[in-house]
Design a protein. Structure first.
Length: 308
């Protein structure tokens, strides 16, 4: 079995390449494993490297060394391959994916805890052909994600701090509502929406949990729809939405569904975000990709450890 470390040297605030190389050397020395380290060279590089390893046909374990974007790329490279499984070594700023594992999150920082872990299968969200591990969002939350990188270089801000700065900027200077035609499992409705998000995992935006009951392996996706609101109402309701406290939100403004397919159509660009990676389109289709990703972690780890 090969162990391939896919390293994003630009993830996070400090290059972790030397630390990852040392981990790979330690596994090679202690356990006689076949290990190699590969560096991404730009956007999409992790997907290309992961797919190439999976297409070899060999049994391979891949370590996504970076943030949520690196996890997203490696997952898109190996999804559907039965000979490949992945894990992650956090080197990003937010690391929202790993928050789903609760108290075991720190164990992912050392490959010694990972290399012989059990494999589980996780669901994914297919969003216009892009496979998402946690949350695919459209509207104001995607707009926030699209501009959050503008604040990532401020030294005293954490990943959560950058996210909140982007929330404030979008709240003050950009429109909150969009006229969309939204279809849930074929039931269509046209109206003004602030956001439509589909959740497989529980965390995004540095720690927001819009659907805290979401589970990553149950063959079910939760969709949150929020109607257009005023800026004052947005400011008042955002903390409850971020905490997943739906009982504190007016039922006429928010709806949570378990639709397997969601379509959004608009006359203007829809800003979408999958695991922190943003794109624009006039039509978005989100569907369940059931048990699509093989994932391994520390023995006994639970991707639903923090689920309510």
């Amino acid at each position: 079995m090969r162990h391939v470390f896919i390293i994003n040297p630009k993830a996070g605030k400090q290059d972790q390449t030397a630390r990852i190389y040392a981990m790979a050397d330690a596994l090679r020395t202690r356990h006689g494993l076949t290990c190699e380290c590969l560096l991404t060279s730009g956007p999409g590089g992790g997907t290309e490297l992961a797919r190439r390893a999976a297409e070899s046909g060999e049994e391979v374990r891949l370590y996504a060394c970076g943030g949520d974007g690196t996890i997203y790329e490696v997952a898109n490279g190996i999804a559907g391959f039965h000979n490949a499984a992945m894990t992650c070594i956090p080197a990003g700023t937010g690391n929202d994916f790993l928050k789903n594992f609760g108290d075991q999150m720190p164990l992912f920082s050392d490959a010694e805890n990972l290399w012989d872990g059990d494999v589980c299968t996780l669901d994914l969200i297919d969003c216009n052909g892009r496979l998402c591990t946690t949350i695919a969002c459209n509207g104001i939350d995607a707009q926030v994600a699209e501009s959050v990188h503008n604040y990532g270089g401020i030294p005293f801000l954490s990943g959560r701090g950058s996210y909140l700065c982007s929330v404030a900027a979008n709240f003050l200077f950009k429109g909150i509502g969009h006229r969309w035609t939204v279809s849930l499992d074929g039931r269509e409705e046209t109206g003004e929406y602030a956001l439509v998000s589909m959740c497989n995992g529980r965390y995004y935006g540095g720690g927001s949990t819009p659907v805290p009951q979401a589970r990553m392996d149950d063959g079910m996706l939760h969709t949150v729809l929020i109607k257009k609101v005023s800026r004052a109402t947005f400011a008042r309701l955002f903390p409850a939405y971020s905490a997943g406290d739906h009982d504190a939100l007016p039922p006429e403004l928010i709806r949570v569904s378990t639709a397997r397919e969601v379509r959004i159509r608009a006359e203007r660009d829809i800003v979408s975000c999958v695991d922190g990676e943003c794109f624009r389109s006039r039509e978005v289709v989100m569907t369940l990709s059931d048990k699509k990703l093989r994932f391994f972690g520390p023995r006994g780890c639970d991707p639903n450890a923090t689920a309510r």
